[in-house]
Design a protein around this ligand. Structure first.
Ligand code: PLP
Length: 411
C-alpha cells in the first residue's frame, strides 16, 4: 500500500486568484521599489475595529486571565449570548423568527461556504453564477463534483449561470437539472443585487425542483436601496430551501479577528437515497461538533459588542466611509465614460474594460501606468472576462488619488 493524493486537487484551474495578483504586484514592486502602489484589489478592509468592540475584546481577555471567569471549550455552535443577539438584531426587525439551534457561529463565511458541501452526496449538480466567489467552485472541485475544466475555463459538471451586462447581472434560472445553487447578494465580485421579486424566483425554483440555495449574504450591511432583501428568509418559504451565510468581516472589520455565522433552518430537509427526508440542521450540527471546536470566547464577546447602541453607531460610521469611497469610484469611472456596475449596495465596483481589452491586460495597464492594483474579472470565472473589479476598502485619500491616476490614462 502507498499513500495517494486526492487528485481532485489537480483539477483546480489556477493558483488562487489573489496569490497570482500578489505575485505580479511583488514582482512589479521589486523592479520599481519607489512606486507607491494603491491597492484596490483584494476585498480586505482597512478601518480599525471600533472602540466599543475593542473594549469588549479587552474585557473578555481579562476574564480569561481570572480563575473566576476563565472559560475553556465553549459550545461548538457558539455561545447563546451571541446567537440571541443575532436573532434579535439581524432577523427580528425583518420579521424573521429563528430558534437558537438554527444559528451556528463560526470563524468565517469562507470556511462555512467551503465546508457546507460536505453534507451533500457527490453526484449532486452544483450551479454557480458566473463570475463567482472562487470558494464555492474550488471546494466542490476538491470534493470531486466538478469533472475537468475545459479550455473555455468551464468545469464539465458544474452549471454556470452567466451574469453580465447583457442580462443586467440577473442570471437566468437554470435550464438543466441542478441540486445546489450558490447565490451571493449583494454580489462579490460584481457589486450587483437582486430585488425581492427576483430573489423570489430563485426560491420558487428551488421549491419546485427540490434544489437548495446556499445564500451568501456577507455584504448585507452595504444595502442602501429599499427593494433589496437583507435576508433570503424575507422571501416566503425560503426556510424550506435555503441556508444563509453571514460574516462580520466586511461589516465590522473582522477579517483578521474572525467571526461569522450561518443559519440552517429546521424546515430545511433534503432526501436520502431512500427518499426519506433528512434535516440539514442536525447534519450541520453533527459536522461542526466533529470538526470544529468553536470560536474563541473573546472574539464572540467582541462580535456581540457590534449589537450595542455604541457598537452599531461606530460600525455604521465605518460602513458609511466605505460607501462614500464606493460612490467616488463609481462616479469617477462613469465620468471617464466607462460602463460601471455595482458600488451602490456594495463595496465592489465592476466595470467593462475599454475597447474590449482582456482582464489581465487591463490589470497590467492599471498596475504599470496608474500604479493601481485591481482584480481582473476573469479571475472570478469565464463570464468575468473583459471586466475589472475595484474595491472601496482603501482610504478616501488613496481612493481619490487612484481615481485621478486612472483619469490621466485618458481611457
Ligand atoms: C469576504 C467574503 C466572505 C467572508 O469571509 P470570511 O471568511 O467571513 O472573512 C464570504 N463570502 C464572500 C463572497 C466574501 O467576499
Amino acid at each position: 500500500m502507498v499513500v495517494t493524493v486526492n487528485e481532485n486537487f489537480n483539477l483546480i484551474q489556477n493558483n488562487y486568484l489573489f496569490v497570482e495578483i500578489a505575485r505580479r504586484v511583488d514582482e512589479y514592486q521589486k523592479e520599481n521599489p519607489d512606486v507607491d502602489l494603491i491597492k484596490m484589489g483584494i476585498g480586505d478592509v482597512t478601518r480599525p475595529l471600533a472602540k466599543s468592540v475593542i473594549k469588549a475584546f479587552h474585557d473578555a481577555v481579562d476574564e480569561m486571565g481570572d480563575p473566576e471567569t476563565f472559560r475553556g471549550y465553549g459550545p461548538e455552535q457558539g455561545y447563546d449570548f451571541l446567537i440571541e443577539d443575532i436573532i434579535e438584531n439581524d432577523y427580528k426587525p425583518l420579521g424573521i423568527d429563528l430558534r437558537n439551534s438554527e444559528v451556528f457561529i463560526s470563524d468565517g463565511a469562507k470556511c462555512d461556504t467551503g465546508n457546507f458541501q460536505e453534507l451533500f452526496s457527490q453526484d449532486n449538480v452544483i450551479a454557480v453564477t458566473d463570475p463567482v466567489y472562487p470558494v464555492y467552485v474550488d471546494s466542490n472541485v476538491m470534493a470531486g463534483r466538478s469533472g475537468k475544466a475545459g479550455d473555455d475555463g468551464f468545469y464539465e459538471k458544474i452549471v454556470y449561470l452567466p451574469a453580465t451586462a447583457e442580462n443586467n447581472f440577473v442570471p437566468a434560472l437554470p435550464q438543466e437539472d441542478v441540486d445546489i445553487i450558490y447565490l451571493c447578494y449583494p454580489n462579490n465580485p460584481t457589486g450587483t443585487t437582486l430585488t425581492h421579486e427576483q430573489l423570489k424566483e430563485w426560491v420558487d425554483y428551488a421549491k419546485e425542483n427540490d434544489a437548495i440555495i446556499l445564500f451568501d449574504a456577507a455584504y448585507e450591511a452595504f444595502i442602501r436601496t429599499s427593494d433589496v432583501p437583507h435576508s433570503i428568509y424575507e422571501i416566503e418559504g425560503a426556510k424550506e430551501v435555503a441556508v444563509e451565510f453571514k460574516s462580520y468581516s466586511k461589516v465590522a472589520g473582522f477579517t483578521g479577528t474572525r467571526c461569522a455565522y450561518c443559519v440552517v433552518p429546521e424546515e430545511l430537509k433534503i432526501n436520502d437515497s431512500n427518499g426519506n427526508k433528512v434535516g440539514l440542521t442536525a447534519l450541520w450540527n453533527r459536522r461542526q461538533s466533529t470538526k470544529f471546536n468553536g470560536v474563541s470566547y473573546p472574539v464572540q464577546r467582541t462580535a456581540q459588542a457590534i449589537y450595542t447602541p455604541e457598537g452599531k453607531k461606530e460600525i455604521k460610521e465605518n460602513l458609511d466611509y466605505y460607501v462614500e469611497n464606493a460612490k467616488l469610484i463609481r462616479e469617477s469611472l462613469i465620468d471617464m465614460g466607462l460602463d460601471v456596475y455595482g458600488g451602490e449596495n456594495s463595496p465592489y465596483i465592476w466595470f467593462k474594460t475599454p475597447d474590449g481589452i482582456d482582464s489581465w491586460s487591463f490589470f497590467n495597464l492599471l498596475l504599470n501606468d496608474a500604479h493601481v492594483v485591481s482584480t481582473p474579472g476573469v479571475g472570478f470565472g469565464p463570464s468575468g472576462e473583459g471586466y475589472i473589479r475595484l474595491t472601496a476598502f482603501n482610504t478616501y485619500e488613496n481612493t481619490k488619488k487612484a481615481m485621478e491616476r486612472i483619469k490621466q490614462l485618458n481611457l
